[in-house]
Design a protein around this ligand. Sequence first.
Ligand SMILES: Nc1ncnc2c1ncn2[C@@H]1O[C@H](COP(=O)(O)OP(=O)(O)OP(=O)(O)O)[C@@H](O)[C@H]1O
Ligand SMILES: CC(=O)C(=O)O
Ligand SMILES: [K+]
Ligand SMILES: [Mg+2]
Length: 578
Amino acid sequence: MAAVTGDSSLMCHRIVARKSCVNLKNRIFGIPVSTWGNGEKVKGKVEFRVRAAVQVGLEGLKSEANFRGLEGNLGIDVVSEGELRQKGFLGLRKTKLVCTIGPACCSLEDLEKLALGGMNVARLNMCHNTREWHRDVIRKIKRLNEEKGFCVSVMIDTEGSQIHVVDHGAPSSVKVEDGSTWLFTAAKFEGSRPCTVQANYKGFSEGIEVGDELVIDGGMATFEVIEKNGGDLHCKCTDPGLFLPRAKFSFWRDGKLVTRNYELPTLSTKDWADIEFGISEEVDFIALSFVNNADSVRHLKSYLSTKSAKFIRVLAKIESLESLHKLEEIVDASDGIMVARGDLGVELPLEQIPAVQEDITDVCRKLNKPVIIASQLLESMVEYPTPTRAEVADVSEAVRQYADALMLSGESAIGSYGQKALSVLQMASSRMEMWSREENQQILLRQHQLGVSLPDHIAEQICNCAVEMANNLGVDAIFVYTKHGHMASLLSRNRPNPPIFAFTNDDSTRFAMNLQWGVVPLLVSLSDDMEANISKTVDLLKSKGLISQGDSVLVVSDVNPTRATPMAYQSIQVKTIA
Ligand SMILES: Nc1ncnc2c1ncn2[C@@H]1O[C@H](COP(=O)(O)OP(=O)(O)OP(=O)(O)O)[C@@H](O)[C@H]1O
Ligand SMILES: CC(=O)C(=O)O
Ligand SMILES: [K+]
Ligand SMILES: [Mg+2]
């Protein structure tokens, strides 16, 4: 299973380990805690240990031994297991994949094919279809997880409030001719009328003046406002194009977006009903559309705690100009971010999207939140069985930026080649990850200090050093034991070369970690005795033939205080499997 095995390489590991240990010790000595290090050789087993200890008292004592059903089980999903057997540790894909589920892929068979193809998270867009339809999909996914051993998380994506063209249900697009005059109105009417567009919100034209530019879907067609009549706008087409169903509007004046404070809430009545639905169906993530500030994220999170649904992680979708102004506070308040390039491109000139994507990804890394790059990654594959070269370059660029996850939208939801699109993401990301690894690209990542409190700072330092050590030593895997996924995320943030096996006894943590770069979530029963947990997980992996003699693992553990040892400490150990 090891990428490098054999005695000579093992010797090499040992020598580097000693050097790294010295470096590590020096770095940890930089923080005001008692530290010590020792290296010892135990019967063919090399073990280096560095510990940073901090007294935290007994309040933090947790009992984690109540996970009976799992006793003796290694909760590894079938896809990671298969990939590991086939490709070895370094062959495990690091970038996570999200697929939007729609009519083209909602049968049990199709969902299973996507799961086998590497889908880590299934996204359900509540804009479309009925709650019954979504419930049916969620239940099918959970059934596949239970019966077939997958670990696919479920995300619901709220509709949010946005001004768009009322969807008449006509599937096709409407052509807009150059110079033609159109009426934009909020007045309700049935069916369709020539050159008339119905907006979904009565105040859509508030603050709009004659001479303003009206852009459809970020450039599908452009109009000039030539007359305003009450709330109605008469507009002349200046750049011909197409109206797609639910097309979105944006207004521009002197080259700048006309931003208006609509009284549209981030969460509408329908969104709250969808959230209740998500809670009752026990989804893993709620993606909040059109977040404009951190308050809506915090509001939803506190609502989820009052409903005992804290296990649901809240992702904020960055898709408005306003959200970019408050990016840091939004990222800080959420459990993760989606760069929703589709709607972002309605409020932002398209040429700004690539730089904005990179900025958002940077802020997410700085604040240690997972980031998903979404929309139009392989758009041409909605229709064609092969992507454009430019699309593959876009996907590869997102992977080069070390985004945590990539998302398919229409490609999987309505496209004819969803599975193929997923395999393109899979191949393109594996290839770019390999290049980044070979070129040692992660050393270019900026190190930001996160922790303010001493224990947080220690955890962060431990994880930074652990990753540096794991890369220098060329260990096969990193093991981490985590309750809420925090330590795993701190390791992932450094984008290590080896995969991170994150053992948890919390089912919701397991599904949440599905969005984290390079993390393989494993569900096992854990006890207070960390040494016992380590031997047990090593034994479980060994008994399944997933690790074998000579493989080396770097183990990061966060040991809680017990009555016998009232001291919490975190440790890094390097073990060569005997
Ligand atoms: N559950 C569904 N039922 C029917 N069609 C769907 C469903 N989910 C997605 N689609 C179709 O797939 C397309 C792409 O899906 P996606 O959710 O990414 O797009 P979107 O509606 O533009 O996203 P958003 O509204 O979140 O910005 C949609 O335009 C819609 O036609
Ligand atoms: C995904 C999404 O909501 C967008 O790109 O707009
Ligand atoms: K949505
Ligand atoms: Mg959107």
